[in-house]
Design a protein around this ligand. Structure first.
Ligand code: GLC
Ligand code: CA
Length: 560
């Protein structure tokens, strides 16, 4: 039997993540908005994107930039109106681009009417929509993900409510059936507006352990991450999703590859999940090299676990919660910046799964060098800065903090998108809500459209390649040289079609010896990130047993 190209549209698709606040401002107030996204549909189409994921655009006091929702069925006025949203969906659809939204249902804002009602008293019907301690005492010493206790005291009630994230983000009580029904009604309402699916936020946390449970010493968040019994709620949720022909991607912190098939297999709860194993490797001392072996192991484990119809991977190297990939996994020094951005793109875009590109990643946008504390916006950055500064603002401490933030803060990925060379990078005619990276004078869309060898044009080539080769869409995965500390070598294969991917993920040149199963075939070069060096011996047109791979070199071969 011939294995055919998939019949599930999202398996064949390339996704693009938009952080609306920083994508494009249409009215000069310095804040990106829905009409700004609309202006850029042509850009997305040209890039080859099939669907976009919008970070939250709902009504929100913006303590956590939209992840604290005060009305699920209203658009935050700074982003526009419901009509703008409808128009965006229509125009995107007319251009062959689907739209998925962020679904934040582990918690609401403390300004959500449900929570305001809940605080009025125990008899209020909404009280039990949230999670409360029985007495004034905190039931345990669990630590929230954003720092500090998970419990927050409400004097008028003499009780504490529970929050996994900031105290302004009280957790919803999934044990309450009315609460679940309210959430499901809201989900159906949005799907009836014609959106094409959801990215489901923080879904690993909707079930909590009993209060006396101790946190694992190596993992402070274990009592509220993937707790036994969560599947009951995931099943109910997925039953709602299955009423519609949509795509769902769960944010699945703490889920291992072994557990993944339950989440995304044929009877899984989601079509795909964002795993955290590989991405968490960004967290290391900035002088330490990338753990290439660990990265290959994590990605390879997920590739194998979901291959042969077991499930489907969501592929990503960046999002709004992590620093820029070229700065943490690649190398943003001038001589390697473009080459390493392309190397990373080659490495992850040709794996099995649906690739997600985070806005600006396709330009190789690096981290920001923050030069003042007030340039930082993220709630977690602010908490961290407060803790580091102590009471007084000291100049030396400030410099250290700025250096730290310039490498670890989530704000690195939230600076405005760089459209051109102009003062605000073409993002806004007003004062941007967040500082524009000064490097937009050289790194921007307008520039990269013109340059044939730009990172942007390389992304376009990769996307096109995925779409024209069945083997890259649905082919299986196998990797070689798992212990090599520099080079990632893997193959995609489907019947007689084979593609070999070789990527050096370090700044050292590396010698590799390929196995006979690979060397015995005849290959020709399909794509490289060192096109300009093709005339020299640095790029070999074919595969040989012993090869020298230049720093951050990427080579893609096809079996003849
Ligand atoms: C998810 C989001 C993150 C947010 C958190 C709380 O991890 O990606 O941005 O802060 O959930 O909603
Ligand atoms: Ca605006």
């Amino acid at each position: 039997m011939t294995e055919k190209r998939t019949d599930k549209w999202w398996q064949d698709a390339v996704a693009y993540q938009i952080y609306p606040k920083s994508f494009k401002d249409s009215n000069g107030d310095g804040i990106g908005d829905l009409n700004g996204i609309r202006e850029k549909i042509g850009y997305l189409k040209d890039l080859g994107v099939d669907f976009v994921w919008l970070n939250p655009v709902y009504q929100s006091p913006n303590v956590d930039n939209g992840y604290d929702i005060s009305d699920y069925q209203a658009i935050n006025p700074e982003f526009g109106t419901m009509d703008d949203m409808t128009q965006l969906i229509e125009e995107a659809h007319a251009n062959g681009i689907k739209v998925i939204m962020d679904l934040v249902i582990n918690h609401t804002s403390d300004q959500h009417p449900w929570f305001l009602e809940a605080c009025k008293g125990e008899d209020n019907p909404y009280h039990d929509y949230y999670i409360w301690s029985d007495t004034a005492e905190k039931p345990n010493d669990w630590q929230s993900i954003f720092g500090g206790s998970v419990w927050e005291y409400v004097p008028s009630l003499k009780k504490n409510y529970f929050h996994v994230f900031a105290k302004e983000q009280p957790d919803l009580n999934w044990e309450n059936k009315q609460m679940r029904e309210s959430i499901f009604r809201m989900i159906r309402w949005w799907l009836d507006q014609g959106i094409d699916g959801f990215r489901i936020d923080a879904i690993s946390h909707i079930k909590k352990s009993s209060w006396e449970t101790k946190a694992r010493p190596d993992w402070p968040h274990s009592p509220f991450t993937n707790v036994k019994g969560i599947s009951k709620y995931l099943k109910e949720l997925s039953a709602v999703f299955k009423e519609y022909d949509i795509v769902t991607v769960g944010e699945a912190s703490g889920v291992t590859a072994e557990e993944a098939t339950e989440r995304v297999g044929n009877d899984g709860y989601f079509n795909m999940i964002f795993e955290f194993e590989h991405i968490s490797l960004w967290q290391r001392d900035k002088n330490e090299a990338v753990d290439v072996v660990g990265l290959k192991r994590a990605l390879g484990r997920w590739q194998r676990a979901l291959d042969y119809g077991e499930g489907w991977n969501a592929l990503y190297m960046e999002n709004h919660d992590v620093p820029r990939s070229v700065s943490v996994f690649g190398n943003d020094a001038p001589q390697y910046w473009a080459r390493s951005a392309k190397a990373l793109a080659t490495m992850y875009l040709l794996l099995q799964g649906t690739p997600f590109i985070y806005q600006g990643q396709e330009l190789g946008m690096p981290n920001m060098t923050f030069t003042a504390i007030d340039q930082l916006d993220d709630v977690t950055a602010k908490n961290q800065i407060k803790a580091l500064l102590g009471e007084k603002d000291q100049a030396t401490k400030t410099l250290e903090i700025l250096e730290l933030m310039s490498s670890v803060s989530r704000d690195n990925s939230r600076t405005p998108m760089q459209w051109d060379w102009s003062d605000n990078a073409g993002f806004s005619t007003g004062k941007p809500w967040m500082a524009v990276n000064p490097n937009h004078k050289t790194i921007n869309v307008a520039q990269q459209i013109k340059e044939s060898s730009s990172v942007l044009n390389y992304y376009k080539q990769l996307i096109k390649l995925r779409k024209t080769k069945d083997v890259l869409a649905v082919g299986h995965y196998e990797d070689y040289l798992p212990t090599d500390e520099h080079v990632f070598v893997y193959e995609r294969f489907l019947e007689h079609e084979r593609v070999l991917v070789i990527v050096n993920l370090t700044k050292e040149s590396a010698e590799i010896t390929l196995p006979q199963t690979v060397v015995g075939k005849s290959w020709s070069l399909l794509l490289t990130n060192m096109e300009e060096d093709k005339e020299t011996s640095a790029v070999t047109e074919t595969v040989t047993e012993k090869m020298t791979i230049a720093p951050y070199q990427a080579l893609v071969y096809v079996h003849n």
